[in-house]
Write a protein that binds this ligand. Structure first.
Ligand SMILES: [Fe+2]
Length: 264
């Protein structure tokens, strides 16, 4: 069991310290790393926020990202914590983002062609699709961060289907699935999962100061219970690995939610 779990990959985290609203100190980052490893994660992508409009406390730059990552990886190696870090960016879909990505100011997943993208929570489904299409046309594979948080998804999960059909991968947040974000969010997460609308699970861990610690193992257990162990392996290991390696994926088609939602 543990041998399998140790292969888990977390594609969304704010583990790096003092760069955005994630870990505040190297000690915090070490705590996040140790928690992830204890839960069976062996590879974590650090994806600090890369928004151009600097929100409170953000100091994002690629140079600082690499500096923090090397500092943390060195500390992990010296302490014997078996976690490999990879660099990425949580890219906010805003004007100029594609140009910044091409210029190397925003990062793909570890130098692959895949990117982690987040939207304004109030974005319309059609706008999200157009933004995804523009990055895909430029040659990128798009992973959509936390689809469960967008209002259009909360109103009508079926609006995700065209996005998935055009190849975008939906990254569910582990906390949402295990109930740490409330009952409504858990029910929506389960609904998305059970209708094939989720292609991978990640933690979006921010650190102890926000009580947002990595918990991929708990989410994996939930996937196993709801959808079986094969799905759990797919969502926490095989698809994340394929994303990092730019490998093609042959995924099951999403299924429509047939009944009216009364979650929100
Ligand atoms: Fe995030």
């Amino acid at each position: 069991m543990l041998v399998t779990l140790r292969l888990m990959i977390d594609l969304h985290s704010h583990i790096l310290h003092a760069i955005d609203d994630g870990s505040r100190s190297l000690a915090d980052a070490m705590t996040v790393a140790r928690t992830a490893v204890a839960g069976g994660v062996s590879l974590m992508v650090a994806t600090p926020h890369g928004r151009s409009s600097i929100s409170s406390g953000s100091r994002y730059s690629v140079a600082l990202l690499h500096e923090r990552l090397e500092e943390l990886q060195g500390a992990l190696d010296r302490a014997g914590v078996p976690l490999n870090l990879v660099a990425g960016t949580e890219i906010y879909a805003e004007p100029g983002a594609l140009e910044r990505l091409r210029a190397g100011e925003l990062l793909t997943y570890g130098g692959s062609r895949a990117i982690l993208m987040e939207f304004s929570l109030a974005i319309a489904a059609q706008t999200a699709e157009e933004l995804i299409a523009s990055f895909q046309l430029a040659g990128y594979r798009v992973v959509v961060a936390h689809p469960e948080r967008y209002r259009f998804v909360q109103r009508d999960p079926n609006l995700l289907i065209p996005l998935i059909e055009r190849g975008a991968l939906m990254q569910l947040t582990a906390d949402a699935l295990v109930g740490l974000q409330g009952t409504q969010m858990r029910r929506l997460a389960e609904l998305l999962l059970q209708h094939g609308m989720i292609q991978l699970i990640a933690t979006d861990a921010h650190g102890p100061h926000l009580a947002r610690m990595p918990n991929l193992a708990a989410a994996r257990e939930t996937v196993t219970r709801l959808s079986g162990s094969e799905a759990a392996t797919l969502l926490t290991q095989r698809i994340p690995a394929a994303v990092l390696a730019d490998e093609p994926l042959d995924l099951p088609a999403p299924r429509s939610v047939g009944h009216r939602l009364t979650l929100w």
